[in-house]
Design a protein around this ligand. Structure first.
Ligand SMILES: Cc1ncc(COP(=O)(O)O)c(C=O)c1O
Length: 382
């Protein structure tokens, strides 16, 4: 049965003999084992002298973590970040769930990019939200359509992945980022900007993060260590102005022992302070660039003239348009049998669209595996 966005289940384990480009996670060779070992050891050495470091923490998250994070964000976003505007999160999925809990009511509308991150659909339906898709062009969400929809229905929340969007790898232009922030203030909705790939640029830097626009509107910038350190941390941050922060800090959950993940945030505080997070990030960019280039070369060799795509400037994904006659959902079954895999377009659509599109992630496999997997895929499309 074809999977619909709202019913899909997360499957973390790729079958061993399949080169599955549906897996949007780092491969084993990119896991920063030594950096995390050193950061955890450094933290535990301090905790041995100060055992109350293992106690409950503050509602916004440990002040030391937020100070180290603010310095890291200021450097990597090229814009000053304030520790008091940061709230520790359990990564962007938890942050999005939390934003829905704090800023929406069942029956409200959420505007999303069409197509968008498939696992976000389930979070919105968990909160009883009506998901309304806004089409995109090469500059991201189409603001002309956005304004038309806004005239019909005011959303409680707008969800955007501004840089190297999942699945299309499209980047929202600087002008549209500003317009979105301004509209949020004028019309009273909240923008949840999922900035998961903002720092993973391989060529030019993208437009300034939405985090730099929190003073321009009702903007929450959601950041995570999943793609720049390790997904297992399940740690991130929400950057927001004091007004939105106060509404989040009223949460009963946050008031029961402080926000999420004190232990992991302490480990990451040490990783930030020791410069380990910066080194990992600086190493990931060329590693992912090489994988991106390997996938581009393999696609050129095997699929030129049979598919259309743009070369992503960052992030994790190629988004391929195949011949209109191709049924991507049915093709996935055949691909798995042939030892490769991808995510089919309809998974990302709130309208069942993109039936002949597929998303390929280059994050999980080595260059040699990428070449082999693309060749297998092309064999199916002959
Ligand atoms: C757009 C987007 N948001 C969120 C996530 C998950 O983030 P986290 O691991 O911080 O929950 C992903 C991971 O693929 C993603 O692509």
């Amino acid at each position: 049965m074809p999977q619909r966005p709202g019913t899909v289940r997360f499957d973390p384990v790729p079958p061993a003999d399949v080169i599955h480009f549906g897996i949007g996670q780092p491969g084993p060779d990119l896991m920063p084992v030594e950096a995390l070992r050193a950061a955890a050891a450094d933290f535990m050495a301090r905790a041995a002298a100060q055992p109350l470091d293992l106690n409950y923490g503050e509602r916004q998250g440990d002040a030391g973590y937020r100070a180290a994070l603010a310095a890291f964000l200021s450097r990597n976003y090229g814009h000053p970040a304030r520790p008091e505007d940061l709230l520790v999160s359990g990564g962007n999925s938890q942050a999005l769930d939390f934003a829905c809990a704090r800023f929406t009511q069942p029956g409200d509308a959420v505007f999303v990019e069409e197509p968008t991150y498939f696992l976000a659909h389930r979070i919105f339906t968990d909160h009883g939200l009506e998901v309304i898709g806004i089409p995109m062009d090469g500059d991201g969400m189409r603001m002309d359509v956005f304004r038309e929809r806004l005239a019909e229905r005011r959303p409680a929340l707008v969800y955007t992945i501004p840089s190297y969007q999942n699945p299309c790898s499209v980047t929202l232009s600087a002008e549209r980022r500003l317009e979105l922030a301004a509209l949020s203030r004028r019309h009273g909705f909240v923008v949840a900007a999922d900035e998961v790939y903002q720092m993973l640029h391989f060529d030019e830097t993208p437009p300034p993060a939405m985090a730099t626009l929190i003073d321009e509107g009702n903007v929450l910038s959601l950041g995570t260590f999943s793609k720049i350190m390790a997904p297992a941390l399940r740690l991130g941050w929400i950057q927001a102005t004091p007004e939105l922060m106060d509404r989040m800090l009223e949460s009963g959950f946050v008031n029961s022992g402080g926000s999420v993940n004190h232990y992991v945030s302490e480990v990451m505080r040490h990783a930030l302070e020791l410069g380990l997070q910066q080194s990992v990030l600086d190493g990931l960019r060329p590693a992912y660039r090489a994988r991106r280039d390997a996938m581009q070369a393999a696609l050129e060799t095997h699929l030129a003239g049979r598919a259309l795509w743009s070369v992503p400037g960052g992030g994790y994904f190629f988004w391929l348009e195949l011949d209109e006659a191709v049924d991507a959902v049915a093709l996935k079954e055949r691909a798995l049998a042939a030892g490769t895999g991808f995510q089919p377009g309809p998974l990302f659509s709130c309208e069942g669209g993109f039936g002949h599109f597929i998303r390929l992630s280059f994050a999980h496999y080595t260059e040699a595996q990428i070449a082999r997997g693309v060749e297998r895929l092309a064999g199916l499309l002959k």
